[in-house]
Design a protein around this ligand. Structure first.
Ligand SMILES: [Zn+2]
Length: 102
């Protein structure tokens, strides 16, 4: 999946926005491997399973193109995700993205 360069910074500066919940946007089943989200000033969002803002592995992740919406399901608010666009990496960076705590 090609990702557009950041119109603000060139390389997206993804700031941690804390924990979240992700669900499959077709089935509404929870995707337990996605637990934290990040947002760039340009609006690009990424949801990951790891802690790249602390130098850890990204693990499972989905970028803006795979985020289909937001939802509140039961006690949780989070994101609806296209499961087929989830990727995985053991790196703490992605081409075009860097991750920060704040
Ligand atoms: Zn950006």
């Amino acid at each position: 999946m090609a990702n557009a360069p950041c119109p603000t910074y060139g390389v997206h500066r993804m700031i941690s926005r804390g924990y979240t919940v992700a669900w499959d946007h077709n089935t509404r089943s929870k995707i337990a491997s996605l637990i934290g989200w990040y947002r760039c000033a340009c609006g690009e969002r990424v949801i990951t399973g790891g802690t790249p803002h602390f130098g850890g592995a990204i693990l499972d992740y989905v970028t803006e193109g795979g985020i289909k919406g937001t939802a509140v399901i039961g006690p949780a608010s989070g994101f609806l995700v296209q499961r087929s666009l989830i990727r995985n990496t053991t790196s703490s960076t992605l081409n075009g993205y860097r991750f920060y705590s704040a």
